[in-house]
Design a protein around this ligand. Sequence first.
Ligand code: ASP
Length: 424
Amino acid sequence: MKLHWKILIGMVAGILIGLLINESFVIGGPLGEFLGHFSFVRKFAVFVFQPLIGPIGTIFIKLLKMLIVPLILASMIVGVAKVGDIRKLGGLGGRTFVFYLLTTWASVIVGLFVVNLIKPGTGAPLVLGEVPDAARTTVGVWDVILNMIPDNPIEAMARMDILPVIVFALFLGAILTTMGSKGQPLVNFFDSLNDAMMKMADIVIMLTPIGVFALIAKVVADTGFSIFANLGKYMITVLLGLAVHAFLTLPLLLRFIGGASPLRYFTRVSPALTTAFSTSSSSATLPVTIDCVEERAGVPPRVASFVLPLGATINMDGTALYESVAAVFIAQVYGIDLSFPQQTMVFLTATLAAIGAAGIPSAGLVTMAIVLKAVGLPLEGIGMILAVDRILDMCRTTVNVWGDTVGCAVITRLQGDEVPQEIR
Ligand code: ASP
């Protein structure tokens, strides 16, 4: 059976088991009465799966995370060193950056459009929650930029601060290209490390169906469906915006600039998308993303090993869209009308907040402080949307990773490569 079918089965099974474990999930009416005769099924699920799903999900995430730092370091250095010529590298870097920025902007525009159209916050009751501490620490534009440069690359690696590691790897890779035969042993070393990491990723990926099952079962068991009751309109707004970006904007770009079949590509990279959905982390998903794009979709590693690690860290279309919708939603709940210049400010800062957000769960929720502060909205607004953040995080992370993979295919084509047979 194909991997993506196995993962799909894992997801569905995860939802079902999660619902069985979740106490608040009750089916009423005659159906419920009938099912009541089978309550032992529920007891069985609670007994067998409840103690298992937490640890199994954690093991899966840890196996993925363990690969990230060596993989990013090796793949970026090799990616840069293999491009060879610094000028060519400038071309690749420039295209990557421009593509990522334009798609992020496109998604924020969609977000602002839907939130102004649906107005989910107007007339909604003000229910404030706790504001996460991390959101209270002020982060400004300069912090985002300064944090990109490591004081100590080893420390950055140890703390899994991905952006500084990327900057270091880019720099090292670029220098190695200028060193001729003297630099070759180090290039070979990282090349070999890169291959080894990819082989390890292959094995972890075989566990994806089980990992996805456990993670989803845990989320559903913990939250159930009750969260949909409040904030439902807000969630629908975010999901609608994400859907437009994922199923319209990105496929169009893939088709007309990337020359690939969106459906085929989607199927090829679907293990990465489901991993993103269940882990809520672009970084943790990165080993799967690289594997899918290179091995299942046939995109040359030359481009993928440069474009994808960068994308997992700075290209977050879903997060940018979510931040803009959330900020305007909060304003609507407080009865504040954001003027056009203020919405432009939201547009700019949501982009920045998405670039600055790390590829880890809830990162976007924290960097939202940048957007709220820029337009003078109370930080307490974050507490209001906290309850539904997890589920939206799962969805926006999926769109983030889909955006990275689409970027990778499009940039490959722009670099003058053939569209791989697998996705034509
Ligand atoms: N969890 C997201 C990611 O890893 C970031 C966010 O919180 O929006 O891509």
